[in-house]
Design a protein around this ligand. Structure first.
Ligand SMILES: Cc1ncc(COP(=O)(O)O)c(C=O)c1O
Length: 391
């Protein structure tokens, strides 16, 4: 076989991908050992039958040919309407491109914002695909550490110090893996740095409907930011449609026009019947989104109560998303060692904080994606296990 291009082979960066515990848990399950799986960010419900019915009706009704590349007009219009209604920032169809999921939107947005060889900044801890996405577009991967002691809120001064030679900054609030929702002050600091250094801000808001305390603030709404912000949205988390692969980019018209050229030469758009289903889902409004988010809201409250019963494991204040980040430094173990020992001793699988960057070392991420009773039992067992390590 001829050599594969480094554009492809360099994507993973050669290191560990952080999914070893997950893979080991999967193997144990395949070998017949019951494992409580708290690793992956996917709902414990499937896509609602009403959405599937809309998809089926659209496909049977003939929407199976090529769909318009930037997205069908009705879906782009609905996304624009929803964004404008929720943020107050004027948004029209020309500001929206539909993508096959948030992940491809992240890739496209960085290709738009960050020339080869420029620094692409992002906040650590981060969603596991970020560094690979940035390497795939030839950017210099530049994480900016946040501190557990700051509740993993980004500090503008740290971003400012790294901004020389950068073209873009990627942020994610509500955050995966920490569940942290960025404060207005943090976002205003970020906006100032972006303006000062003429950076694009890429704002990954795929968890924007999952806020358990406080409010979601889209940085695109901040003064002077609409012209330099590309917002990443998705149906995956808000509507339990992970497998349908529908997301979007909201940004300046000129950027969306160029991004449409990229889509023409890469994905050629998103299946029309899937877009019709997404349109149906969005039209169900906020109450549907609250129904999808409700289990995580409940389990987050359960987590607060269970963690309050002991003092070895500490919870990072999680105000959104479907995860809690737990500080297990009192056990003296790394997140990686703790997760591996927990899997072996108690058959509970969680993600080591180290899978999400250096800032979350000594932490573990727990996905609240199993039913309440099983979740509570697993979290209590996890805390009891941590206590045995301190004896
Ligand atoms: C922070 C974050 N961004 C983007 C994605 C990608 O979502 P999708 O491609 O399913 O829209 C995920 C998925 O877990 C995520 O956690």
């Amino acid at each position: 076989m001829p050599a594969l291009s480094p554009s492809l082979t360099d994507i993973t960066g050669g290191g560990s991908d952080g999914w070893e515990v997950f893979m080991r848990a999967r193997k144990m399950i395949a070998d017949g050992t019951p494992v409580t799986e708290l690793t992956i960010g996917e709902h414990d419900i499937r896509t609602d039958p009403s959405i599937l019915a809309a998809m089926d009706a659209a496909a049977r009704g003939g929407h199976t040919g090529y769909a318009m590349v930037p997205g069908i007009t009705a879906l782009r219009a609905e996304v624009a309407r929803r964004v404008q209604e929720r943020t107050g920032t004027p948004t029209s169809i020309e500001n929206v491109m539909i993508t096959p999921g948030g992940q491809s939107a992240l890739f496209a947005a960085h290709l738009a914002a960050c020339p080869k060889g420029a620094k692409a900044l992002f906040i650590d801890p981060y969603y596991a695909t970020y560094p690979g996405t940035l390497r795939a577009i030839g950017a210099i991967v530049t994480p900016i550490k946040t501190q557990a002691e700051d509740g993993f809120q980004p500090r503008a001064a740290d971003i400012d110090a790294a901004a020389h030679g950068a073209a873009s900054l990627l942020i994610n609030s509500p955050n995966n893996p920490t569940g942290v929702v960025y404060t207005r002050a943090a976002l205003e600091g970020i906006a100032e740095v972006c303006k000062r250094h003429d950076l694009w801000l890429i704002s990954d808001e795929v968890y924007d409907t999952q806020i358990w305390q406080g409010a979601h603030i889209s940085p695109r709404t901040l003064d002077g930011m609409a012209e330099r912000t590309l917002v990443i949205g998705s149906m995956s988390k808000s509507h339990a449609m992970t497998g349908s692969r529908v997301g979007w980019i909201v940004g300046p018209r000129e950027a969306i026009a160029h991004l449409t050229n990229l889509a023409t030469h890469t994905t050629y758009g998103v299946a029309g019947f899937v877009q019709d289903a997404a349109l149906f889902a969005l039209k169900q409004g906020r109450s549907f989104e609250q129904k999808i988010g409700a289990p995580f809201k409940r389990r987050r409250a359960l987590s607060v109560d269970i963690l309050a019963e002991q003092n070895v494991v500490k919870m990072i204040p999680a105000n959104g998303a479907m995860y809690v980040m737990l500080d297990i430094r009192a056990t003296g173990l790394s997140g990686d060692a703790f997760a591996n020992r927990l899997l072996d001793a108690r058959h509970i699988a969680v993600m080591p904080g180290e899978s999400f960057g250096r800032a979350a070392a000594g932490h573990i991420r727990v996905a609240m994606t199993i039913d309440d009773a099983a979740y509570a039992k697993a979290l209590r067992a996890l805390c009891a296990f941590a206590a045995t390590l301190c004896e």
